[in-house]
Design a binder for this molecule. Structure first.
Ligand code: 0X9
Ligand code: ZN
Length: 573
């Protein structure tokens, strides 16, 4: 963790102590220790077990009511948390079950280790910020970076709107973009959300760290700089804070904490927010105590409603009304909902096993993103059928490219693997994803520009510099089929203004071997710096394949010496 991040965390420490004293035992208007001991009881008869499902149809049926953690399609089993009545029901229907003793023993251990509400943070999982720590970070980021960050209250959690409230939380989106340049509503937008499922600890931390990464690296990393100048990102790091407070006690809580739908027993109540969205809602569980309870009606929950209303305010609807209407190739906008776990990158549809009308394009970006994490890219229904999910809603309702990342290998993911692999790999996936927010159905088909280097980073005006890079049309995950690739056909660079904006002037890069004819080409160009103003400039490099698909740019800084009185473009001063 960088020093900068530690400073921010120390600042939380102080805030959190105050918050803890006032809010932890009462945050949900309940006595946490009593809840936790009830819960220790509640899990005594539960098991984590393999269920051999036999056929695809059985899997889809089971996925409407079981708390499925993993699916091993080739081996033909799923792993689920089973209540005694689940076990009885499954056995009665003739399913073969195999209890996982290790996972089952962990159920009570989590609770014993975590259920002390007086301990700060999440004991044993110190890499993950709590609800209060996350909120403190989001607040301090918005105060520390006033030109780049704005915290937007997009609605309330269920506990906040209940008549017993206000004991819950606001739900915040952190908007990151260079506000000085104006035109915020016209910038391509990336909506990144996390933790719609309470227990999925890595997701909030990833979203929060991604925000920190972008802000800390503005003007330091050229790609981060142009992304925040020309695009916007909206980060909802904590979608389900009420549920998350229970997860922070070791509870495997998934849903929100709505207990008004004829299920009042802890820990069974709540609505599964990822079954509650209003697109093709209605084929998940109708039992309010079920872990996949879809709610009494579409979009019934305040958390879902906050997300939907906010997304509707950000994106225009770019898809026709029929399920078969494709969004146009030049659709703009991207949404990623972070979940855990299973190492997957999923895209719509989840509600049907038919391909969505933008299946090919969604698959192309899915394979690009999964390359960075080595996850398996697949249509969501390939995992199991789902209705009322965020990604189906975002794509179905608005036509924007929408994905679910199933990160890591556990809900209570160990910090060592989060730090060493899960966060670093997903950071790269998210940085690439952010670049595609303008044209998510076109750019991912184009080559990536990697290993971009410059012969000198600081020169007097007039001194030529050479840029070199590799243009690669491959670099797709091959974990589930192969993306067709073509030879790289051209490359270009522009200075300070990306190619798609008015005023951009592009110049070609050459193939080092003299011929553009392979899907992996070394490229270079000599840049004449005569006439460049003193200060920091940004070079955008893009490549195109034989299919005439341009990929997203990769950028690098070039500094020109000179008197500071010379005009320096506003952007990179
Ligand atoms: O079941 C879910 O909601 C997701 N899995 S999780 O373990 N995080 O709960 C998978 C959803 C898959 N479907 C879509 N993404 N549409
Ligand atoms: Zn989830």
């Amino acid at each position: 963790m960088s020093t900068g991040t530690w400073k921010i965390r120390w600042f939380h420490g102080l805030l959190v102590l105050v918050l803890l004293a006032t809010s932890l035992t009462t945050a949900l208007g309940r006595d946490f220790s009593a809840a936790a001991s009830q819960e220790a009881q509640a899990y005594t008869d539960y098991v984590v077990a393999r269920v051999y499902f036999g056929s695809r149809a059985n899997l889809d049926q089971l996925a409407a009511f079981l708390d499925i953690w993993e699916v091993a399609h080739t081996e033909g089993y799923l792993v689920a948390l089973l209540s005694p009545s689940n076990v009885a029901q499954l056995e009665q229907s003739g399913y073969q079950l195999e209890v996982d003793q290790t996972q089952t023993a962990l159920l009570s251990q989590h609770l014993e280790a975590l259920s002390d509400p007086t301990i700060e943070g999440i004991p044993g999982y110190t890499c993950y910020r709590t609800v209060e720590e996350t909120y403190a970070t989001l607040t301090s980021l918005s105060l520390d970076y006033p030109q780049l960050a704005e915290l937007i209250d997009i609605g309330d959690s269920w506990e906040k709107v209940t008549p017993n409230g206000p004991l819950g939380y606001d739900i915040f989106a952190l908007r990151l973009t260079n506000e000085e340049l104006g035109l915020i509503d016209e910038k391509p937008s990336f909506f990144l959300m996390a933790e719609i499922h309470a227990r999925e600890l890595v997701t909030t931390e990833t979203a929060t760290r991604f925000a920190e990464h972008l802000l800390v690296n503005y003007k330091i990393d050229a790609d981060v700089t142009w992304l925040l100048d020309h695009y916007s990102i909206y980060i909802v790091a904590m979608t389900n804070p009420d549920g998350r407070k229970f997860a922070e006690l070791g509870e495997l809580w998934r849903k929100n904490t709505n207990n008004t739908n004829e299920c009042v027993d802890y820990p069974y109540y709540g609505t599964d927010l990822n079954r509650n969205h209003s697109f093709h809602w209605g084929e998940a569980s109708i039992d309010p105590c079920n872990t996949l309870y879809q709610g009494p009606e579409p979009d019934s929950e305040p958390e879902t409603d906050s997300l939907q209303s906010f997304a509707l305010s950000l994106f225009t609807d770019q898809r026709g009304p029929l399920d078969t209407d494709a969004a146009p190739f030049d659709t703009t906008g991207l949404l990623i909902s972070l979940h855990s776990y299973s190492q997957l990158v999923l895209w719509p549809w989840g509600w049907t096993d038919l391909d969505s009308p933008n299946h090919t394009q969604l698959q192309t970006l899915g394979r690009r993103m999964a390359y960075f994490t080595d996850y398996t890219p697949q249509q969501a229904n390939e995992l199991y059928m789902t209705t009322g999910t965020t990604d189906d809603w975002a794509y179905g309702e608005l036509g924007i490219a929408a994905y679910t990342y199933e990160m890591g290998t556990d809900f209570f993911q160990d910090c060592a693997s989060f730090e060493s692999t899960i966060y670093p790999d997903n950071l790269q996936a998210l940085l690439y994803a952010f670049k595609t927010a303008r044209l998510p159905y076109m750019d991912p088909a184009g080559p990536r520009v990697i290993d971009l280097a410059i012969s000198q980073t600081l020169v007097d005006p007039g001194t030529p510099v050479t840029i070199s890079a590799v243009a690669d049309d491959d670099l797709y995950s091959e974990n589930n089929g192969r993306e067709p690739t073509q030879a790289v056909n051209a490359a270009r660079y522009s200075i300070d203004i990306p190619s798609w904006l008015p005023g951009a002037v592009t110049h070609p890069l050459d193939a080092v071997d003299g011929n553009f004819n392979a899907d992996h080409e070394d490229i270079q160009a000599m840049i004449d710096t005569t006439g460049l103003t003193a200060g920091k400039h940004i070079l955008f490099v893009e490549a195109m394949d034989e299919g005439e698909n341009w990929g997203v740019p990769t950028a690098i800084f070039l500094n020109i010496t000179g008197l500071t009185t010379t005009f320096i473009p506003l952007l990179y001063r």
